[in-house]
Design a binder for this molecule. Structure first.
Ligand SMILES: NC(=O)c1ccc[n+]([C@@H]2O[C@H](COP(=O)([O-])OP(=O)(O)OC[C@H]3O[C@@H](n4cnc5c(N)ncnc54)[C@H](O)[C@@H]3O)[C@@H](O)[C@H]2O)c1
Length: 308
């Protein structure tokens, strides 16, 4: 039997996630939105691409959660995107209400699902989803690190004029201006990047990575990034459905790991059929640990504002 994915929010990120899932034949997809007609129209349009693209997956759009029942994965993209000049944190209260209502409905209809949260501010919204759903922590994760790492890898590959596939690395911390790229653990075909790029160039890449979301927002003027974000979500879903045990940086609920207690923060995790199968704890220098703690402090402030 085919897997089933519910995508809440049929906007830029949600619809592109649905399309990528269909293109890869990974699952049947239910698109949910509060807008009447939009999820239905986008779902039907994607379904009608099936004969051309050669997929048989079923895609529907709806305003009702009954049709999402028994989903294996629920992707939460509903909410308001950032506008130019607006920080992720400005979105906090508006999106908190959206996540609360949508996740409680989705969790009720798919009690065994794995939740992947995308709505910003990411770490605080993942924490909201954990609380509202009552799901165990290994079934609630946030997408940010895969995207931030993809941006980081893109810029390194560009600077060295090598394949992006040669560049491996990850970023830690909250999804925001305090994210922590770790050059010590970044390699290019196995060679430490610190051997290949001078410090100032690497610093410039790290700064650009931190501002990666804002760079796109400023270019688009209306809306925020969605091609790379949707690709990141689909990489996570693929790791889960194919039980790949793939190590990916995701927002995970920490209970003591990295010295952080009761907070969602981006860390490398092993993703497989059960969701988060392991949180990988790597050795950090005092400086990296301090940057991670600072990043976690930012998340803590947000969750205390919304009380989750
Ligand atoms: N974590 C990340 O790395 C990352 C990356 C990109 C975008 N985002 C975030 O993802 C979210 C979506 O971005 P987008 O570009 O798709 O925005 P968008 O405006 O294109 O789409 C959002 C959709 O959510 C719908 N919606 C609003 N309230 C709803 C509700 N209660 N129930 C169901 N649907 C509802 C809207 O009608 C709209 O169609 C934003 O919060 C954005 O900041 C996060």
């Amino acid at each position: 039997m085919r897997k089933k994915v519910t995508v809440i929010g049929s906007g830029n990120v949600g619809a592109t996630v649905a399309q990528r899932l269909a293109d890869r034949q990974l699952a049947d997809v239910v698109l949910v939105d509060i807008l009447e007609g939009v999820p239905q129209g986008k779902g039907l349009d994607m379904l009608e691409a099936g004969p051309i693209e050669g997929y048989d997956v079923r895609i529907i759009g709806t305003n009702r959660y009954e049709e999402t029942a028994s989903s294996n994965v629920v992707v939460m993209t509903a909410g308001f995107p950032r506008k130019p000049g607006m920080s992720r944190d400005d979105l906090l209260k508006a999106n908190h209400d959206v996540v609360k209502s949508a996740i409680s409905e989705a969790a009720r209809h798919s009690p065994q699902a794995i939740l992947i949260v995308v709505t910003n501010p990411l770490d605080a919204m993942a924490q909201t989803a954990l609380r509202v759903s009552g799901f165990p922590k290994h079934r609630v994760l946030g997408m940010a690190g895969v995207l931030d790492t993809a941006r980081y890898r893109t810029f390194i590959a560009e600077a060295l004029n090598v394949s992006v596939q040669n560049v491996q690395g990850f970023v830690l911390g909250g999804h925001g201006d305090t994210m922590v790229p770790v050059p010590r653990y970044t390699t290019v075909a196995g060679i430490p990047v610190t051997e290949l790029l001078p410090k100032d160039k690497l610093e410039a890449i790290i700064t650009r990575t931190r501002n990666g979301g804002a760079e796109i927002v400023n270019l688009l003027k209306a809306g925020s990034a969605y091609y790379a974000p949707s690709a990141a979500v689909v990489e996570m879903i693929e790791a889960i459905f194919q039980d790949r045990k793939k190590i990916l940086p995701c927002a995970a609920y920490l209970e003591g790991e990295y010295g952080i207690q009761g907070l969602f923060v981006g860390v490398p995790v092993k993703l497989g059929a059960r969701g988060i199968e392991e949180i990988i704890e790597i050795k950090l220098t005092a400086e990296e640990q301090a940057a991670l703690r600072k990043s976690a402090e930012g998340v803590k402030q947000l969750v205390s504002v919304i009380g989750v």
